[in-house]
Ligand binder design. Sequence first.
Ligand SMILES: [Cu+2]
Length: 130
Amino acid sequence: MHKKGILVTVLIILTLSLTTVIFAGCSVRAQVEAKTKVKMGAADFIDKKVEIKKGEAITLVNAVPSTHYISNGTWDNGKAKPMSEPNAPTLSAVAVSGTGSITVGPFNQAGEFKYYCTIHPNMNLTVVVK
Ligand SMILES: [Cu+2]
């Protein structure tokens, strides 16, 4: 009788931990990655220009551990030029650290949109939306 009680307790604990693992998995999957990935190096965009279709998003991925702060705008000859572009998803020094990533979008209007890293001179990205 006592053994059965222990067995039931173990089963309940197992069920609860399994449920936790399943829900944790769901929340990770909720951060949807876009099919277009833009790789970032230690201090630059490895992919400097990407082309996507209207309605699509991009995912900025650190290819090596680093920290970037991404905003709308561009570096022009070593000078930071923040921009506020109509129809561009707004980023205001959004941090991407370690080997992390962020998804930007969807981009719902055609055009060319500029993003830059506020701490790494000349780290520019152009997103072309067709
Ligand atoms: Cu950076």
